[in-house]
Design a protein around this ligand. Structure first.
Ligand code: M6R
Length: 612
């Protein structure tokens, strides 16, 4: 997501900050800015929209002196991509400046309280509230900066990686963390703070990792770490033995693997503040303004391409079963040409990680021209699809760098389950059912963590199956789109032929291909179509076809039938695709790397498809 670098030491800080933030460019961002305490005790800040080079151009020729400062590259979450919304943000007096990574969930309440106290805000961000809150506490209670920071953070709900400076405390830098990565680099009489090791590795390999709810006070004289209740914490200094490339990938060999492993956190971010578990409801801020219009929606068209389309297909099953809304899901490239028939009460939901996919965008424009309400599930804030739709829900999963979508899919399906709750509870869904769904959605991050632990077992499986050149991926109902997604992953990164298929369709043709040299991957959780899937596996086995099953933990029957089994934890049927797809991503990842391919950049493909 956003990138943070901070420095407190004896060297001129601007080149260190600029170099550090350039090392975080790979993460994607939309604007950048810095704040430096100058020798005259004033703060110099420059911000710009766009690339780091735009910031460099803006400061070209300007002299900025100082040895303490912070810099940030922003991936917008709250508020558009503007200079005013770019970080750092400051308090009313202009002495406290900070950069932030994460989401402040209770910023609206805090902001209205601070506005009543006379604070003037200059941006639309959630972040700015932190600077004013620290100012308010520091002034009203006559506290030091670290004391005020600790008290302020105790009032904040949400996630943060923060780096804070105050012109009244030149030489001091404060770093704080809660569910957002942040580390402190320890040099000789100098300290760096960064959201990612790649920004500090050039200066030092000695680091400490802050835990959630801890803050560090850094100055050229030394460092101290405290809990938010101001209890000192003794930290172990770790040695980074990564090179720069590995550092960018957080120690993973590829971005794809990093992104697969970041899914628990990504889903946590997609649902944060949006689930009201005890009321069996979802609160989707981006849809609040059209809440009443959504009550009148009679039919939904879902549009997306590739993985996003497949996430939409899972949503179709969820929305029809639980919200009782008829749904038609189509790929953008067909939708735009087939002259879709719209009726009164129709709405269109576009799904896109990048928010720039040309075919999906064209479908939105077609619907808008016909006066249809348009909604979006988008990751990239401020992207064309986010701007063109009437309302929507952001994924909040940070940039996805690997060309193969992984965390985008699981987050999109999770958001579709939130939407199902939202629309379902507006209609006939009972409180009990709502509570049940909400409770299961909440467990998803922990369940994915369990699956990630089976990586080495899945790797062995991909070694065993690597001799085959063709695969069928089979599933039914909710896991039909998951089967297609599994096949898409392996095609895309290992260039092996794989076909997704509804298991019920097998007998209508494709079964003719099956022999002992044609394996099938079957998604067969203990759900309402379990018995049907078991029959299909028997049919495959009767023709000598090898079967790798994705099944529910504790299912003993399946191990007698399939050649190999990868187990996933139990969840509600509608949520099984979120779990089932994870071993398929890992399987495809190892399959592709084993063949020596660059899985982050598969041949012939681009991350964002902005042409038809
Ligand atoms: O950015 P989008 O979600 O709109 O992209 C749509 C597809 O191009 C994308 O999902 C593609 O299929 C994936 N990279 C496949 O892994």
């Amino acid at each position: 997501m956003c990138g943070i670098v901070g420095y407190a030491g004896k060297k001129q800080v601007l080149p260190i900050l600029m170099d550090g933030i350039r090392n975080l460019e790979y993460r994607g961002y939309d604007s950048a800015g810095f704040a430096i305490i100058e020798p005259n005790g004033k703060i110099k800040s420059v911000k710009s929209v766009g690339k780091i080079s735009a910031l460099e151009e803006k400061i070209n020729g300007t002299e900025v002196n100082g040895t303490t400062g912070i810099i940030h590259s922003r991936w917008a979450t709250h508020g558009g991509v503007t200079e005013a919304n770019a970080h750092p943000h400051h308090d009313c007096s202009g002495s406290i400046w900070l950069v932030h990574n994460g989401i402040i969930e209770n910023y609206k309440e805090l902001k209205s309280h601070l506005v009543k106290k006379g604070h003037k805000f200059t941006s639309e961000t959630d972040t700015e509230v932190v600077a004013h809150l620290i100012e308010e506490i520091k002034k009203s209670q006559k506290l030091t900066l670290p004391e005020a920071v600790a008290l302020a953070l105790r009032q904040i709900k949400g996630t943060y990686g923060l780096a804070i400076i105050d012109s009244h405390n030149p030489g001091q830098l404060i770093a704080a963390r809660n569910f957002s990565p942040l580390l402190v680099g320890i040099g000789d009489g100098e300290y760096l703070v960064a959201s990612d090791a790649s920004a500090v590795i050039k200066h030092t390999r000695r680091v400490i990792y802050l835990n959630d709810g801890e803050y560090a006070v850094l100055s050229p004289d030394g460092f101290e770490v405290y809990t938010l209740s101001s209890r000192p914490v003794k930290k172990d200094i770790k040695q980074l033995d990564w090179d720069m490339e590995v550092a960018k990938k957080d120690g993973f060999a590829h971005f794809m693997l990093k992104e697969i492993n970041s899914q628990p956190e990504a889903i946590e971010n997609s649902i944060r503040g949006r689930l009201i578990a005890d009321e069996g409801m979802a609160k989707l801020g981006g849809l609040e303004s059209i809440k009443e219009k959504l009550r009148d929606v009679k039919r939904l068209h879902i549009v997306g391409c590739g993985t996003a389309y497949l996430a939409g297909k899972v949503g179709e099953y969820m929305l029809e079963e639980y919200a009782q809304i008829p749904v038609k899901t189509e790929v953008g490239s067909e939708f735009r040409y087939k002259k879709p028939v719209f009726e009164k009460g129709d709405a269109l939901l576009a799904i896109s990680q990048s928010g720039e996919t040309a075919d999906t965008l064209a479908a939105i424009r077609e619907a808008k021209e016909k006066g249809v309400l348009t909604l979006g599930i988008v990751n990239a804030v401020g992207s064309s699809i986010a701007r063109d739709t009437d309302a929507g829900v952001y994924q909040h999963i940070g940039p996805e760098i690997g060309v193969a979508s992984t965390k985008a899919f699981t987050s999109q399906v999770t958001i579709l389950s939130l939407l199902t709750l939202f629309l379902g509870r507006q209609r006939a869904m009972s409180l009990v059912m709502g509570q049940r769904i909400a409770g299961e959605i909440k467990k998803l991050p922990a369940l994915i963590k369990e699956i990630l632990k089976t990586d080495s077992q899945i790797k062995k499986m991909s070694q065993k199956y690597s001799k085959y050149g063709n695969f069928l991926y089979l599933g039914r109902k909710y896991n039909l789109p998951a089967a297609f997604e599994g096949a898409l992953k392996i095609k895309e990164i290992s260039y092996v032929h794989a076909e997704g298929l509804g298991a019920g369709e097998m007998k209508h043709g494709p079964l003719a291909m099956i022999d002992n040299n044609f394996p099938s991957v079957v998604i067969v959780p203990k759900d309402s179509v379990y018995e049907k899937n078991i029959s299909n596996i028997q049919e495959l086995k009767a023709r000598g076809g090898p079967v790798l099953a994705i099944a529910t933990k504790g299912d003993k029957e399946i191990s007698k039938l399939a050649d190999d089994v990868i187990y996933i934890p139990k969840t509600l049927e509608m949520l099984t695709p979120v779990l089932a797809v994870v071993p398929l991503q890992i399987f495809a990842y190892h399959f592709g790397t084993m063949k020596g391919y660059d899985v982050d950049k598969p041949r012939n493909l681009a991350k964002s498809v902005t042409v038809e």
